[in-house]
Design a protein around this ligand. Structure first.
Ligand SMILES: NC(=O)c1ccc[n+]([C@@H]2O[C@H](COP(=O)([O-])OP(=O)(O)OC[C@H]3O[C@@H](n4cnc5c(N)ncnc54)[C@H](O)[C@@H]3O)[C@@H](O)[C@H]2O)c1
Length: 352
């Protein structure tokens, strides 16, 4: 399989992607091409990209890296860059970077002059299997993640695992949390395959990336605006995001995947208590996550602060905190209210 079709755009892999990109650029006759990078992908990924693509005229726009820069200041900087460099409605942005470059570049594209075209070329595992697909763009508001954003599809997505060669090992592993989540919400066979490989996981494996992409794409196609099925993609994210926000607020480093990994264990525990999610699978999940990610310690006061942060979760409505839980592997249930007491218990299970 060379190409995965997602609604009105396609996801291409490896060298095929560069050919499709070149043909697309020729066909669309863009007035200007901006390659959006961050400092790290400018150093490591631009040269790989330029070696692979036939000659194109482009200009780079470079953001500061990391979640701490996924904010309105960086967005204004990018809007200004486009504006000062004659960006017009027929300009294209190519996001060559991780989820931060993609989310922010997509947001800038979707708002500049009421919307211009953009293409995602993810360079982290997380952005390959998750952030680059599905048309969600956005930035953070203070320490609150993804509070401002749009739904806007890219023109295409090009996935080349070659970029992963320069990615920091911890960032590579961080992306795996989303791969694992995809297995939990959709396919028992994928889950079993990942568990069976847990002593020798190849995080750059193209087949694993493709399976993960297919799962995300399938769910997004069912429900683009996250009214029903797409909510399942947030499994582990309700508490995961609150944990991530808490660490961001306190200037402590915790990778997205590490936070989501914890969120997955907590949500699996709550699933067991509320929906009878099988206990053996709960234990397998905890074991698997702790095999891959370091255990993080939480004081009771920290857990209470994290619970308070849940109120900002985007899945809430009418002031209630809604969770995605599992009845079994591949059987997600959404909009389930959970009491704070059970959340506290889930942290105790994770810490035990
Ligand atoms: N839009 C969505 O649907 C969606 C889904 C999941 C996550 N996200 C978002 O994605 C973001 C996280 O993305 P991420 O994990 O890719 O983080 P990231 O974009 O911050 O990248 C991680 C780090 O790796 C560096 N980097 C990226 N590619 C590199 C490469 N090939 N070689 C060397 N260094 C490289 C970056 O500069 C950065 O320092 C979060 O903001 C999250 O909210 C969005």
């Amino acid at each position: 399989m060379k190409e995965i079709k997602a609604n009105n755009y396609s996801i291409f892999f490896n060298d095929e992607g560069y050919i499709e990109l070149y043909n697309h650029i020729q066909f669309e006759n863009y007035s200007k091409i901006f390659i959006h990078l961050d400092n790290n992908t400018n150093t490591h990924c631009l040269k790989v990209f330029l070696k692979k693509i036939k000659k194109i005229n482009y200009q780079t726009i470079i953001s500061n890296p990391g979640e701490e820069n996924k904010n309105i200041e960086s967005t204004i900087f990018l809007w200004d860059k486009l504006s000062n460099n004659n960006g017009d409605r027929k300009s294209l942005i190519i996001n060559l970077g991780g989820g931060v470059v993609g989310d922010m570049g997509g947001f800038v594209a979707s708002t500049f002059k009421r919307g211009i075209s953009y293409i995602n070329m993810p360079t982290t595992l997380l952005s390959m299997v998750d952030a680059s697909i599905g048309g969600k763009t956005g930035i953070d508001l203070g320490s609150l993640k993804n509070q401002i954003g749009t739904f806007c599809d890219p023109k295409m997505v090009i996935i080349d695992p070659l970029y992963l060669e320069t990615l920091d090992k911890s960032e590579l592993i961080s992306g795996y949390a989303e791969v694992f989540k995809h297995s939990l919400i959709s396919e028992k066979s994928f889950f079993e395959k990942l568990i069976s490989q847990e002593n020798s996981i190849d995080f750059k494996n193209l087949d694993t990336i493709k399976t993960s992409v297919k799962i995300k794409k399938k769910i997004v196609l069912l429900d683009k605006e996250e009214l029903k099925e797409r909510k399942a993609l947030n499994f582990g994210h309700t508490l995961g995001h609150a944990i991530e926000s808490h660490f961001l607020k306190n200037n402590q480093k915790l990778l997205h995947g590490e936070a989501i990994g914890i969120g997955i264990v907590l949500a699996a525990f709550i699933s067991n208590k509320i929906l009878d999610f099988p206990i053996d699978k709960l234990r397998t999940i905890k074991y698997h996550i702790l095999k891959i990610f370091k255990r993080v310690d939480f004081k009771k006061s920290e857990i209470e602060k994290i619970i308070k942060l849940l109120i900002h979760d985007k899945k809430n409505s009418h002031g209630k905190i809604n969770f995605i839980l599992l009845k079994d592997i591949g059987k997600p249930m959404y909009d389930i209210e959970v009491e704070n007491k059970l959340i506290l218990e889930s942290f105790n299970f994770y810490l035990s």
